[in-house]
Design a protein around this ligand. Structure first.
Ligand SMILES: [Zn+2]
Length: 392
């Protein structure tokens, strides 16, 4: 961590926010069952996730001081002893109803779960003192907005775990509503096969864990990166290893390019309000998707699917100063002619306002002025590039 900090890098670690496995010595020694979530029938709720090492775990009730203190105590060690910069609190942003009669909360429904989580979040920040810590949770949820810094929205890579043939299409609805108030991030988008934990049974370890995926799936990754950019998400890559800096240079360049572009224009892409994306005229193509998720491929190998996608994705944002930005991300290797339909009325743009094109290197080039009504703006996008049109 010291080496990372010296290099200007910050790290948060995974720390599940509610599970305690019931076969552990500590479960008995600390009488954890007393503070576990109970179902309507009075039984302790049990959840089992890992198909290779199927240990039942009990969700603990965050409304109880016992569990909050236990969790905050571990967090304290992680933050002060190991010097981490925060936590990814898995399964936070999911709440449960608890029917335990002696936890001091109403049976079943109520707002005790949120009250308890808020207490926990306050305690974590209090223990952190002046440290600039970050806390993230799983999923997007309105009730957690005041208490968490970042929200894991893996749906950007949904095809990796849900068959597109099921008919579900991902829409950035959470970002559309809450973008200025919440940093969303995260993806299963990876250039490798999923990892395998050293603590899981050796016998079921696949030979390909963390080895590079076939490049026939690269456009899936590019599409995921492009979505993150035009949806205003924090750019993320899953399962990164240094070998990818050389073996998958163009894919990493793409991530870097979009990340820099976003970073230079955070008033739109991090703090802005999402607007309706403009219509963009560009060709579409089938994108081959690998369906390997995290565990899914382990039983029976990978499956594939295809989705139809435009070769340039678009998003639109309004900054707090009232400027509008159109973000464009190309997922094709060749340059593309695109036409962006800019509707002055839809975005409430002033006629004559200057339109500036910003590229990934930060160069700003004036390309015209806003016309009355709708106007078509033709552009050439270099391969695998990001471009932003700002209406000043
Ligand atoms: Zn309870």
């Amino acid at each position: 961590m010291q080496k990372a900090h010296d290099a200007g890098l910050h790290a948060i670690v995974y720390m599940n926010q509610r599970l305690w496995c019931v076969d552990t010595p500590s479960w008995t020694a600390e009488n954890a069952e007393r503070w576990a979530v109970r179902e309507r029938d009075g039984q302790v709720r049990k959840e089992t996730y890992n198909v290779f090492d199927p240990l039942p775990c009990a969700p603990m009730d965050v409304a109880t001081p016992f569990w909050r203190n236990k969790y905050a105590g571990i967090a304290d060690t992680v933050i002060h002893q190991y010097k981490l910069d925060g936590l990814y609190m898995d399964q936070a942003v999911l709440s449960l109803a608890c029917w335990s009669p002696d936890h001091g909360h109403p049976l079943g429904g109520g707002h005790y779960w949120m009250d308890g989580f808020r207490e926990l979040a306050r305690d974590l920040r209090r223990r952190g003192g002046a440290l600039p810590l970050g806390f993230a949770g799983e999923g997007g949820g309105e009730s957690w907005l005041p208490d968490l810094d970042a929200f894991l929205t893996l749906q950007v890579s949904q095809e990796r775990y849900i068959d597109p043939a099921s008919g579900w299409e991902v829409l950035p609805l959470f970002q559309a509503v809450y973008h200025p108030y919440a940093v969303t991030y995260g993806t299963y988008g990876s250039l490798t096969w999923p990892p395998y934990d050293d603590l899981w049974p050796v016998a079921s370890r696949p030979a390909n864990a963390m080895t590079l995926l076939d490049t026939k799936y690269r456009r899936q990754y590019l599409l995921e990166q492009a979505r993150m950019f035009v949806w205003g998400m924090q750019p993320t890559i899953a399962n990164f290893l240094p070998e990818q800096l050389t073996a998958r240079r163009s894919e990493i360049d793409y991530l870097e390019r979009l990340a820099r572009l976003r970073y230079g224009l955070r008033e739109f892409f991090q703090g802005g309000v999402m607007l309706r994306a403009p219509a963009v005229t560009v060709d579409s193509a089938d994108v081959l998707m690998s369906r390997v998720s995290i565990y899914a491929a382990r039983r029976g190998g990978a499956t594939e699917a295809t989705v139809r996608s435009p070769m340039v994705l678009a998003g639109a944002w309004r900054s707090s100063k009232g400027q509008v930005a159109i973000g464009l991300a190309s997922i094709t290797d060749e340059a593309r002619e695109v036409t962006v339909q800019l509707d002055a009325r839809m975005y409430a743009l002033r006629e004559g306002a200057r339109i500036v094109r910003v590229d990934a290197e930060g160069r700003r080039t004036p390309i015209g002025r806003v016309a009355r009504g709708a106007q078509a703006i033709s552009l050439t996008l270099p391969g695998l590039s990001g471009t932003v049109l700002i209406v000043e």
